[in-house]
Design a protein around this ligand. Structure first.
Ligand SMILES: *Cc1c(COP(=O)(O)O)cnc(C)c1O
Length: 493
């Protein structure tokens, strides 16, 4: 059966998967959701025999049902290849009785690579299928990791351009260097004076502007999104949960059908939503722990049923989770509202008008598979030290937020647990090393990289080696209000 996509905010628009990928966001400002969540069509026992690419095909064919087998397999082959520094693509490693799903073996050493390696293939295939002649302009706001992963994915991809906005004081030194050294004639990287939510709002406003879209179209351009609101990012993220369950089976860590729990360090709610979709497909996940840093708007939401963004925005050592508006939560709200677009739209309107909304008791009951947790900066650093002391394994601060929630809450259930490990510690070397020992705080970033190498024994990733000497190619900075003007200038409007 073909899966179609509709908006979370109205019932008017129904599009195919490839159209949803091209558009990114629905015309009414809602997010595209599948009209049903398909069940896994392979028995669990088979998962342990399937490699990453095979698993990817089994999952994606169900959601991207208007792609042919050849098209989809070509996208998967193009994405999950030697760009990853391990044949397994996503190793599942056990440390101290818990399983880390290492999602950081791609080109930019963060989990965003899992989806952004394949999105350019999906997008260009979708353009071909739909007879699109315009050049596709990827417009992206980033809290650090999406930007680089999207740039790496789309650099020099024919028929596309990419513009990335990042908060100039809100990303790690290594994240920033990764972005400003990006090669590719079709890449544009701009720092803004605001924070990530400002960047995301600026990008959303451009998406919603019919007037801007018309002027872009006159010049032969159309926007699309590489942010995690694009269904072409969400679906590839379901794959690794399914794959991980197969690895646990293969390692004999779980019996077939045995339920597991996942702990996911969360910002925009994309990664954990993918786990929820996997559960809805029939993967035996019992509980999903949503781990936040000090920007704990989601923790409070799961605790109280009230989403309240009206609070101070805190810069933490896990910048990719410094978010107060978790866009993908809208897809969960839609589901617990009984797939009611009017209800969802009313709540989202309340969020943008008054900065908060509350859900009904009936909706809250449907959240019983979720638990909220959070870690303070001190708990995060303590967890990095503790896991290293106990096992020699070094966590990045995002993963450490999740590990802290694991030790604080999840471990007590005794269930087998998967922690989504979302970045290599090398991407956040300064925070990691300072967490280990204050004595490192005076050293420069690349000296710290060498220290981390000595401490962890983990090879320095290519992504870090290459930026040591790479020249800065992007140094534009603008005010938040000037984001649209910057885009107009790039495309000669
Ligand atoms: C993006 C990101 C997250 C948060 O993922 P969401 O899908 O936005 O919830 C966590 N950790 C790292 C390292 C990331 O890059």
């Amino acid at each position: 059966m073909d899966i179609m996509y509709k908006s979370t905010r109205s019932d008017s628009e129904k599009v195919t998967a490839s159209e949803a990928i091209l558009k990114g966001l629905a015309e009414d400002g809602g997010l595209f959701v599948p009209d049903s969540i398909p069940a896994l069509s392979v028995p669990l026992s088979k998962l342990s025999e399937m490699d990453y690419q095979e698993t990817a095909y089994e999952v994606m064919k169900l959601f991207f049902s208007d792609f042919t087998e050849d098209e989809l397999k070509a996208c998967i082959r193009g994405a999950y290849d030697s760009k990853f520094d391990t044949d397994e693509i996503v190793p599942v490693v056990e440390k101290d009785g818990v399983y880390y799903l290492e999602l950081f073996h791609g080109k930019t050493i963060a989990f965003k690579d899992m989806a952004l390696s394949i999105l350019p293939f999906l997008m260009t295939t979708a353009a071909k299928k739909n007879g699109v002649k315009n050049e596709i302009v990827i417009l992206t706001a980033t809290s650090g990791d999406t930007g680089k992963a999207a740039l790496a994915g789309f650099a020099d991809v024919e028929g596309t351009s990419i513009v990335v906005f990042y908060p100039k004081d809100g990303v790690s030194p290594i994240q920033k260097r990764q972005m400003v050294t990006q090669k590719g004639a079709n890449t544009h990287v701009i720092g803004i004076t605001g924070n990530f939510d400002d960047a995301q709002t600026g990008v959303k406003n451009m998406f919603h502007s019919k007037e801007l879209a018309d002027r872009m179209a006159q010049k032969g351009y159309q926007f699309s999104s590489a942010n995690s609101i694009n269904i072409g990012r969400l679906v590839p993220q379901i794959v690794y949960y399914v794959y991980a369950y197969g690895r646990l089976l293969k390692q004999g860590a779980v019996a077939e059908g045995e339920t597991v729990q996942v702990v996911v360090p969360t910002g925009n709610f994309g990664n954990i939503l993918a786990a929820y979709y996997a559960k809805n497909m029939g993967l035996p996940i019992e509980t999903l722990f949503c781990a936040s840093n000090e920007n704990k708007v989601l923790f409070d939401f799961f605790q109280t049923g009230k989403y309240d963004r009206k609070r101070e925005f805190i810069l933490t050592s896990s910048p990719s989770m410094d978010i107060l508006i978790s866009s993908n939560l809208e897809r969960l709200i839609y589901r617990i509202a009984g797939e009611d677009a009017d209800k969802t739209r009313a709540l989202m309107d309340a969020l943008s008008e008054s900065g908060e909304y509350g859900i009904t008791d009936e909706m809250r009951e449907k959240l019983d598979c979720f638990r909220g947790g959070f870690a303070s900066e001190e708990q995060t650093f303590e967890t990095i030290r503790r896991v290293h002391d106990a096992t020699g394994y070094v966590l990045d601060p995002h993963t450490a937020v999740a590990a802290s929630v694991y030790y604080g809450q999840a471990a007590a259930t005794g269930k087998k647990t998967l922690i989504a490990s979302t970045a290599s510690p090398y991407k956040f070397t300064r925070s990691v090393m300072e967490a280990m020992d204050k004595k490192y705080s005076g050293m420069d970033d690349f000296a710290l990289v060498d220290e981390l190498n000595r401490l962890s024994g983990v090879k320095i990733p290519e992504a870090i080696e290459e930026i040591r000497t790479a020249p800065v190619l992007h140094n534009q900075v603008c005010e938040t209000e000037e984001m649209q003007a910057a885009v107009e200038q790039i495309f000669g409007l």
